[in-house]
Design a protein around this ligand. Structure first.
Ligand code: PLP
Length: 414
């Protein structure tokens, strides 16, 4: 065996994964998550679909029920609960989204928040008849826009990205026109993991006179975002993926300060009105970001995300991104060394600058393989038509877990 062969081989060994964990400055945070020592979970590779709970969140939720809900009862609304959507929004904006205070609110599902902001955007571009979107965006995004197009008599202009890529500046430039009212794209594509060039695409949309909404579901909390500096008009995202808010935790919505008051959202509820407790005759929108809220904030659903936002804030989003790139580069090296020779295909970008926090690999056996993996405690996601998506949440995933997951896939297909 030549020396390079021996070197390659040792890089593919479990020992090497353990060496990477030892030199990872963030490895200690893994113990802060519940279940990280559960022997039944060999490798959790789906933290981008549902993040693990932090131990701090278990304490926060129990404490809230006992002390706040149980102790303060309805007085809690006056004592701070009503302010949580804006407060947590400000903190999220500071820690992970590059947004000055007063532009982010928490509430609704991503689906509903997306509807509200897209509907507000198309109404603000009267006379323009088209909405630009791509065939690879997450179903809810496509379905919401189909509904809005039907409701408002608009035409959908579809971009078809490459299977292992996403929407490029060239793709967008080709479909923009003076008819474009709104562009909706995910910063990180949910299947391929392609990382779009937000500042460049935002500038293109603006040059055509359109508004742009970025879906940040697969980017918030895993890589730096600069909404204010990039000139983004609108954004939405999940809090149960890399923000570990728990199943069904509410979404966030960003409305750039200069658009507030101009963009009118359609779900006019009492808590988005100027005087919620005036019990008035007619709706008048609140000033500022509160105009984009509708009903009672889901307070319990907003508890756990606060712990993850705090943790990301203390570590720094740049360090999170560094580890994320380390994890996906490592998964890619294992793919090249172990899975590619078995006929598995890569459906994600090779270059880390074009990639978010997950990778998708394809093989005709993967529907069955995924079921077998779940049974043995290796938990990735299956994505149509035949992809295994490896979601690597930087603060809760070890290099050893990546190795064990990839090795289990190898065993299942060979
Ligand atoms: C996960 C995800 C959603 C989920 O929407 P919900 O309303 O929370 O179910 C929406 N869009 C994208 C791009 C996603 O990845």
């Amino acid at each position: 065996m030549t020396e390079t062969h021996a070197g390659r081989r040792s890089e593919l060994s479990f020992d090497h994964a353990q060496t990477l964990d030892l030199s990872d400055p963030l490895s200690g945070h893994r113990d802060s998550f519940l279940g990280s020592d559960d022997p039944d979970v060999v490798a959790y590779l789906d933290g981008n679909s549902l993040g693990r709970p932090l131990k701090a969140s278990a304490r926060r939720v129990a404490g809230f029920i006992a002390e706040q809900w149980g102790g303060r009862l309805i007085r809690g609304w006056d004592e701070g609960w009503l302010g949580l959507p804006a407060e947590i929004g400000n903190e999220l904006g500071r820690v992970a989204l590059g947004a000055a205070p007063g532009q982010i609110t928490i509430g609704d599902s991503t689906t509903v928040m997306l509807y509200k902001l897209c509907r507000a955007a198309v109404a603000a571009r009267p006379g323009r008849t088209e909405v630009v979107l791509d065939t690879d965006n997450f179903p809810t995004d496509r379905f919401i826009l189909e509904g809005i197009a039907a409701e408002r008599g608009l035409t959908l202009r579809w971009i078809t990205p490459s299977f292992d890529g996403g929407v490029t500046a060239g793709d967008l430039a080709a479909v923009l026109s003076p008819r474009t009212a709104l562009v909706v794209i995910s910063q990180v594509a949910y299947r391929s993991g392609y990382l779009a060039d937000v500042p460049a695409l935002t500038e293109l949309a603006h040059a055509a006179g359109a508004l742009i909404l970025w879906d940040l579901c697969h980017s918030v909390g895993v890589l730096p975002v600069e909404l204010d500096a990039w000139g983004v008009d609108l954004a939405v995202g999940c809090t149960y993926k890399y923000l570990n808010g728990g199943p069904g935790s509410p979404a966030f919505g960003y409305v750039r300060a200069e658009h507030q008051g101009q963009l009118v959202q359609p779900i006019q509820g009492w808590l988005g009105s100027a005087e919620p407790f005036g019990m008035g005759d007619r709706y008048q929108a609140a000033a500022g970001i509160r105009a984009y809220t509708s009903g009672t904030p889901p307070v319990i659903g907003m508890l756990a995300m606060q712990d993850m936002i705090e943790l990301i804030g203390s570590v720094g989003i740049a360090a999170v991104r560094n580890k994320s790139v380390g994890l996906t580069e490592y998964a890619l090296a294992l793919y090249d060394g172990v899975l590619a020779p078995l006929g598995v295909r890569l459906s994600s970008p090779r270059h880390p600058q074009e990639r978010g926090g997950h990778l998708t690999v394809d093989h005709s056996s993967f529907r069955d393989v995924t079921a077998a993996l779940w049974r043995r405690g290796v938990v990735p996601d299956f994505r149509n038509p035949e992809g295994i998506r490896l979601g690597l949440s930087p603060l809760s995933t070890s290099y050893a877990e990546v190795w064990l997951g990839m090795d289990a896939i190898r065993q299942e297909i060979s």
